[in-house]
Design a protein around this ligand. Structure first.
Ligand code: ADP
Length: 189
């Protein structure tokens, strides 16, 4: 299996690039953000609970997202692999993901980390907020909070994969196709 963690701060382009990567390599896209927003749209208990955290730019509790990912992996047993987008966001989630994949006799192949300058992130998020309907993209304070949470709680995930020799830094500035090409080179090397 080819199991990729697509990593990077909010606004790095993980969603956009995931769509292209899954198409090219025939993988399943698992985005915890998308799953949470679908739960919210369906007004499930999980979605309503998660909304509080998402609107504040904070992380949803580890147990919740780990449980979600676990069931999605089970639902896609015959896939050629997964692109994990927005997960893991803490070292605890990274450890849980390793355990889940191990129980299915597979593992993370690589972690690709999109590097984007701070000002560019803010610009992209505010732009997305104009037409995506995402409340968390419309408010500059919530955006800054998400980037802060990324820097404090999520960047330790880099060390986790670096220790396993699976971390690759990818230039995330430029056109969508240029960045996609950077990812493909890393995936195939
Ligand atoms: P972005 O990366 O643009 O901030 P996402 O769509 O990945 O947005 O996530 C939106 C929100 O959903 C996050 O701010 C967070 O509240 C919640 N969330 C998504 N994935 C996770 C995760 N793995 N762990 C905890 N919370 C998460």
């Amino acid at each position: 299996m080819l199991n990729i963690v697509l990593f990077g701060p909010p606004g790095a382009g993980k969603g956009t690039q995931s769509t292209k990567v899954i198409e090219k390599y025939n993988l399943i896209h698992l985005s915890t953000g998308d799953i949470l927003r679908a739960e919210l749209a369906a007004k499930t208990e999980l979605g309503i609970e998660a909304k509080k955290y998402m609107d504040a730019g904070e992380l949803v509790p580890d147990e919740v997202v780990i449980g979600m990912i676990s069931s999605k992996i089970d639902e896609n047993k015959d896939s050629k692999g997964f692109v994990f987008d927005g997960f893991p966001r803490t070292q605890k989630q990274a450890l849980a993901l390793d355990r889940l994949l191990k129980s299915k006799n597979t593992a993370i192949s690589m972690m690709l980390s999109l590097e984007v300058e701070h000002n560019e992130l803010i610009k992209r998020l505010l732009n997305r907020g104009k037409d995506s309907g995402r409340a968390d993209d419309r408010n500059s304070e919530v955006i800054e909070k998400r980037i802060k949470v990324y820097n404090s709680e999520t960047t330790p995930v880099i060390e986790y994969y670096d220790y396993q020799n699976k971390y690759k830094s990818i230039a995330g500035m430029g056109t969508i196709d240029e960045i996609f090409n950077n990812l493909c080179v890393a995936i195939e090397s």
